[in-house]
Design a protein around this ligand. Structure first.
Ligand code: TXA
Ligand code: MG
Length: 331
């Protein structure tokens, strides 16, 4: 991680204060930030991403005390989860207060809130908030709608870019994101907590704190764009392959240029059709941290198809499977 550049942070806070857009690192992925109280600035985020207006954005706050400014009901469950996992990669969906405008919530009666842990994100929030600790930055991932989320500054530059040629007023370079996939989202706006998006904070960890099961959201639950089937997708068609089928699949695709992500033992085959071979990390946290950078690299290989060997199953792998599934159906 790069040391926090306080001059750059001050500049970024001034840009936010006058309604501009700043891309900044969080522990999960890079976010595209704007002042959460400035409707025109929030609209500019949607324009920059090409994102449909009915998709809510996450409100990033410094501390749990800000929950009461942005949510009109803060259940005990929310306070417990915030006390345990904040600052960190967990987003809480709560009934919104009037401060959370339609442009932020996508017109829904709920708001997503998260307090990020990354030192650059916290420095930016602190500089921007000043004396009013309830001030917040809305930030979706800093990528064009439907594309792979960015975990490095190079990803943000290649996609949205900086003005005047690009769309963002300032891109802060805090190095590669240590978690690598988006925050876990849990909906606490009804009587039953529900998982809207799996992440590095696992379902099991939420259940341990809440003392109740946390089932998936039903189909008619508040929409999370992360739940759309085709999302986080490379441009090259991506296919998930079971480990036992991998060699046969490579054979069946003879003559096609392939880029593959597989465990080392599966990469011994030296067929010329494989133009890029990347080694799949063996541990779930490493896999998550590197997943989007690997997908960006596979996508840039000039292959006709990307093959990814399905990783192991188990609770710690849930979020990785979720993102790979979406990358596949977008292909
Ligand atoms: O880790 C993250 O959450 C990153 C970093 C930048 O903080 N942000 C992120 O934002 O992933 P985005 O916009 O790419 O994804 C946010 C997800 C979307 O799927 C959105 O629909 C959902 O959060 N969301 C936000 N507010 C919601 C609400 N009130 N109800 C249901 N889903 C909500
Ligand atoms: Mg996103």
């Amino acid at each position: 991680m790069h040391p926090v550049d306080s001059a750059a942070i001050e500049r970024a806070a001034r840009i936010l204060a006058r309604g501009g857009l700043v891309a900044f690192p969080t522990e999960t992925v890079y976010g595209l930030g704007a002042d959460a109280d400035d409707e025109a600035a929030v609209r500019a985020i949607f324009a920059a991403k090409g994102r449909p207006a009915d998709h809510p954005v996450i409100v990033h706050v410094l501390e749990a005390a800000a929950l009461d400014a942005w949510a009109r009901e803060v259940p005990e469950s929310a306070r417990r989860l915030a006390a345990t996992f904040w600052p960190g990669p967990l987003t809480l969906v709560l009934k919104r207060s009037p401060r959370a405008k339609d442009v932020v919530t996508g017109g829904q009666d709920t708001v997503g809130l998260r307090s990020p842990a990354h030192p650059w994100a916290r420095a930016l929030l602190a500089a921007f908030a000043g004396a009013d600790r309830t001030k917040a930055i809305v930030a979706p991932s800093a990528n064009s709608f439907g594309r792979i989320s960015p975990t490095t500054v190079a990803h943000v530059r290649a996609d949205l870019g900086e003005k005047p040629a690009g769309k963002v007023d300032l891109i802060l370079d805090g190095g590669a994101c240590p978690v690598g996939i988006e925050s876990t989202i849990v909906d606490l706006s009804t009587g039953t907590p529900r998982l809207l998006r799996p992440g590095i904070v696992t379902r099991g960890e939420l259940e341990a704190v809440l003392g109740v099961p946390v089932p998936d959201a039903e189909r008619d639950a508040p929409r999370a764009s992360g739940r759309l089937e085709s999302h986080y997708a490379p441009r090259t068609p991506l296919e998930l392959v079971d480990p036992a089928q991998f060699a046969a699949r490579i054979n069946a695709l003879r003559g096609h240029r392939l880029a593959v992500l597989a465990p080392p033992q599966a990469l011994l085959d030296r067929t010329r059709d494989v133009v890029l071979r990347l080694i799949a990390p063996a541990q779930p946290a490493d896999y998550a941290r590197r997943l989007y950078a690997l997908l960006h690299e596979l996508d840039a290989a000039g292959a006709e198809r990307i093959l990814v060997v399905r990783p192991p199953f188990g609770p710690a792998w849930e979020a990785v499977h979720d993102r790979l599934r979406r990358a596949q159906s977008g292909g």
